[in-house]
Ligand binder design. Structure first.
Ligand SMILES: [Zn+2]
Length: 394
């Protein structure tokens, strides 16, 4: 399954219909939730069975495609499932809540009710049952079967379609000849084991500063006022700009690694710890790391290449060549090993260590013969022993 996201350009009339659909779906969701709350023993089929009756009582619901309405039942039960799963993890959970006006920003067409028409023009046509033919900008070809389409209105006011495409082609795993370890950082967003570093683009910093300014300005406007709403849209547009620039950069960066290497190792640094960072630019950078990891991972999978997530702990305090501990303070940017004499920059040493750990991870899943083939890699010759245990088990 592959997901695509394309921009939609509904006309005024279609936009009204879509918004009306959101509202009707929300009402349906709430009605179904009300019924669910009444049940002593949960019975999904009985809840789903209410829908035809609802349509008789409220002819308005006929404005929504029948499967789209049914999807709300699915949405309700997946929310219920998520709730019980967090309960199992001993998290404090409440009950499912009724959704207030304007809460719904999406509708979903599952299996049917849509058709993507390729007219050979720049903008193609997405036919949605009960809505009409909407102009859609597909920047990528869809050859497989479309399983599901979700229509979404973003906070910026722009419309998008998320299309899930089923692909049957089997991806063949490529032999591993070139391996790279990537260290993530603040000033250099990546530093790899081949010594390449990529500076975090200034563009994102500029966007982040502007975003922070808008945020401050909006917070001063009265809650619920039209003025505040105007600023909210401005803020959303600015955020969208930032995301677009950043994603574009990350797509190119991840593409570079997937095209040039057969296996890519990255640290599994937990992002959640840092997302709540007070500094906006830091939390944005944090999100970039997560996204880069995600992009490399799925691009590698599609290309039959390997992505490995390794335990980041210790990578800065360990010599990548002799695995001895070499302690350094945060401001120390150089790595000088008193044990084996290896000298390089701190980040390069980390990247080399990540590469070493990646190799160990790959080795665990491969036959002996494959490992011999990989011996051509220069880094292996410097490794003390392949049999050595990984210092950190993840
Ligand atoms: Zn050393």
């Amino acid at each position: 399954m592959i997901a695509h996201r394309f921009r939609l350009y509904p006309n005024k009339n279609q936009e009204v219909k879509l918004l009306e659909n959101f509202e009707l779906c929300r009402q349906t969701y709430n009605t179904l939730l009300g019924e669910l709350n009444k049940q002593k023993v949960i019975d999904k089929s009985q809840i789903q069975g209410i829908l035809p009756d609802m349509k008789i009582c409220e002819p308005e619901l006929k404005k929504v495609y029948s499967k789209t309405l049914q999807y709300e039942c699915h949405r309700l039960f997946s929310n219920l499932k998520a709730l019980s799963e967090s309960k199992k993890k001993n998290r404090k959970v409440g009950r499912l809540r009724f959704k207030g006006k304007g809460w719904f920003k999406t509708i979903t067409y599952n299996q049917s009710g849509f058709k993507l028409i390729n007219n050979g023009k720049r903008c193609q046509v997405l036919h949605l049952s009960k809505i009409g033919d909407i102009s859609i900008r597909c920047h990528r070809n869809i050859n497989g079967k479309i399983k599901q389409i979700t229509i979404k209105k973003e906070a910026s006011g722009k419309w998008f379609a998320s299309i899930i495409e089923e692909r049957k082609d089997v991806i063949k795993q490529k032999p591993i000849k070139k391996l790279v370890g990537i260290d993530l950082g603040l000033t250099d967003i990546v530093y790899d084991s081949d010594g390449n570093k990529i500076v975090n683009p200034k563009q994102s910093k500029k966007h982040a500063e502007k975003l922070a300014l808008l945020q401050r300005k909006m917070s001063k406007k009265k809650k619920g006022s039209n003025n505040r709403d105007k600023w909210r849209i401005r803020l959303a547009r600015q955020y969208e700009k930032l995301v677009n620039t950043r994603d574009d950069f990350l797509h190119k960066l991840s593409r570079y690694y997937v095209n040039n290497y057969d296996a890519i190792g990255m640290e599994n640094m937990k992002i959640t710890n840092m997302v709540h960072n007070k500094h906006l630019s830091k939390s944005i950078l944090d999100a970039s790391w997560g996204k880069l990891r995600q992009m490399i991972s799925y691009k590698a999978e599609r290309a039959g290449k390997r992505f490995m997530s390794v335990n980041y702990r210790g990578t800065t305090q360990r010599c990548s060549q002799c695995i001895n501990k070499v302690e350094k303070k945060i401001q120390e940017r150089e790595h000088k090993c008193p044990h084996c004499g290896f000298e390089t920059s701190r980040d390069h040493n980390s990247a080399l260590d990540i590469k070493r750990l990646t190799l160990i991870e790959i080795g665990k899943g491969l036959a002996e013969s494959t490992l011999v083939e990989m011996e051509a890699l220069p880094i292996i010759r410097q490794l003390p022993s392949m049999k050595q245990e990984a210092p950190c088990e993840s």
